[in-house]
Write a protein that binds this ligand. Sequence first.
Ligand SMILES: Nc1ncnc2c1ncn2[C@@H]1O[C@H](COP(=O)(O)OP(=O)(O)O)[C@@H](O)[C@H]1O
Ligand SMILES: [Mg+2]
Length: 346
Amino acid sequence: MAQTDVSLPDVPLLRVRGLSASYRTPNGVIPAVRDVSFDLQRGETLALVGESAAGKSSIGLALLGLLPPNASVVSGEALFRGEPLLGATPQRLRELRGAAISMIFQDAQSALTPTISVGDQVAEVYAAHLRLSKKEARERAVSRLREVLPDADRVAKAYPFQLSGGMAQRVMIAMATALSPQVIIADEPTASLDPSVRQETLAALERLRDEQGVGVLLITHDFGVVARLADRVAVMYAGELVEVSDVRTAFRAPRHPYTFGLLSSLPAFAAERGQLVPMPGQPPDLSALPPGCPFLPRCAKVTLRCRGDAAPALAPYAGSESEADTAEEPDHLVACYNPIAVALRE
Ligand SMILES: Nc1ncnc2c1ncn2[C@@H]1O[C@H](COP(=O)(O)OP(=O)(O)O)[C@@H](O)[C@H]1O
Ligand SMILES: [Mg+2]
């Protein structure tokens, strides 16, 4: 494949700018991703968090050209080490997918092709990208499976439906990492796993990041996973990023009322403060979004300005209006006119 190995200092592994993507449905257009921008550096894990239907998976799919036919990227730019992804030819995307950028999914069973044996599926990755003979690819596949499974020869002959969930997950990760990708998009990678496979999956991602400098875009709503793996956190609400910060700041001093609400509702934080505060309300209907701040109907900190038609843009946190002396935090982005001023905890 035509992958360049020239090291490019200062160029992030992934740079996304102003990404917007929509779905066409019988009930109208759903603007699922709206003006999303972020960078992912080498060896970094960026967690993308938010409630279901926030648009997290749509970002991952858009980057890899895997959106379904009723969806399209409306605008924006996505660069992999400086190379445009959104306008890339299907041929180039196929070269990059699975080799330079891999995606792992929540449901390994359905991510694998049901009618092809596990060994042949892994072999296909090698055959497609490395132009190996069938036999060579098959040998590579079995030795790859041996690295992650005790029972590789038997698993290679099996079909996906014959595998346990944990086994299928290991196979999917073995496939996704067979060609040493530089970026892994992990979409809810541990959501349906039992605790031991969950730990194993997290450890595998950690190793790839620490030993090979893989950049991980970690899509999750599990804050335990965020605390363990993430370097930075991007919080998504109704298709938009509403807060981006380092992981410590995200847990200690979130500024957006949505982030604050998400964290306050976690049992771990509730225990500290003696009460569980479930977040009231529901995300808005994306097909009929009113102008202005999409979080307004659920927000406990609404001001007059928030009721205007101009939605707050993601910008460096510069203290709340009422606390002008709060230190500015240039790496901490918040889309809010009246951010939280107090720390959630020290
Ligand atoms: N294939 C699809 N057709 C129509 N709408 C979709 C489709 N996939 C996702 N959506 C809509 O796009 C929005 C974002 O979905 P998604 O990216 O899956 O969110 P998340 O991963 O955060 O749960 C949701 O409102 C969802 O209903
Ligand atoms: Mg999703």
